[in-house]
Design a protein around this ligand. Sequence first.
Ligand code: G3P
Ligand code: CA
Length: 246
Amino acid sequence: MKIWAHRGCSQSFPENTMTAFSKAVEIPGLTGIELDIQMTKDGEIVVIHDERVDRTTDGIGYVKDFTYRQLRQLIIDAGEEKKEKIPSIQEVLDFLRDKMAQGMLLNIELKNSIIPYEGMEDKILDLIGQRCLLKEVIFSSFYVRSLERIRKRESAVSVGVLDTNVSDCFYKKNGAFDGEDVSVALHPFWKRMDMSRNELKGQTVRAWFSGHLYPELPTGKKLDLGQLECYGITDVFLNEPEVYLS
Ligand code: G3P
Ligand code: CA
């Protein structure tokens, strides 16, 4: 089972922050880091999960209504009087670059199924291409049209089709891409494996979880990764990858 840090080490540190990413790169055997991108009013790509800043910062409003400069004034409370800012994707890429050159992967989820940010695909491809990291990145989205745009411009990049049921990921993949194409992965919710392992043979299946890991299970219990493999899952996005790999 391949293990990813979901929004960085997001159980113990604020999600999608430089601290959460810097803790993740220290984990031995980690396959990669997952993060989410949105776009500011002036077209800067920033790393934040929600369309709005309210849940994770001291601000109120939509990311799309802030300039990058305004957004950087917002504070993320990291506890013990530590403060974080919403990172730009450029800052994160520059930080992860060396680690990625050594084989660590990065899954960039384009959060464009609610707000279809115009030009997001070209911008992110430019930033990754300029750093020669196209082979180390997997682009995912719930909005499959966006993944089609990415592959139209860069036919060799890896993408992940997000949905809830694995069957919906599978049929979306077959509709938009070649069903046999190993560079197009399925990214379903872990509890919605409604196809057999046999039907999923040859597919990369990266499962995501909702909320934090421990609230999913009775306290103190870890996920049974062997059981998840039996369902055909090949990778998991975990908020606490350090618990499984340290
Ligand atoms: O990419 C997998 C997972 O991150 C999707 O859900 O809401 O955590 O972005 P969410
Ligand atoms: Ca995500």
